[in-house]
Design a protein around this ligand. Structure first.
Ligand SMILES: [Mg+2]
Length: 87
């Protein structure tokens, strides 16, 4: 089995929803902010997005926080992907 086949086999059906949300956030971010940033600038964006996850958690508490954080977590992942891609 190749590395690519192994990676695809490791993805569960229930992973599709968060992965889809991440890809949607990535597409939205690239459309809204198409330019590349320096790593330091992108780090600032990442920190802001992580802060928004914390804000969503604080606003909702333990009950319902996962649902409230989903969008922000997808945005964090999208920023991470852009950093990994050197955007
Ligand atoms: Mg956000």
């Amino acid at each position: 089995m190749s590395d690519k086949e192994f990676t695809i086999a490791a993805v569960r059906v229930e992973d599709m929803e968060p992965l889809s949300a991440i890809l949607s956030a990535l597409r939205h971010a690239r459309k809204k902010h198409p330019g590349a940033l320096t790593p330091h600038e992108r780090m600032t964006v990442l920190t802001e997005e992580v802060g928004e996850v914390a804000q969503a958690l604080n606003d909702t508490g333990m009950i319902g926080c996962r649902e409230a954080m989903k969008g922000e977590l997808a945005q964090v992942a999208a920023v991470c992907i852009r950093m990994m891609m050197g955007e």
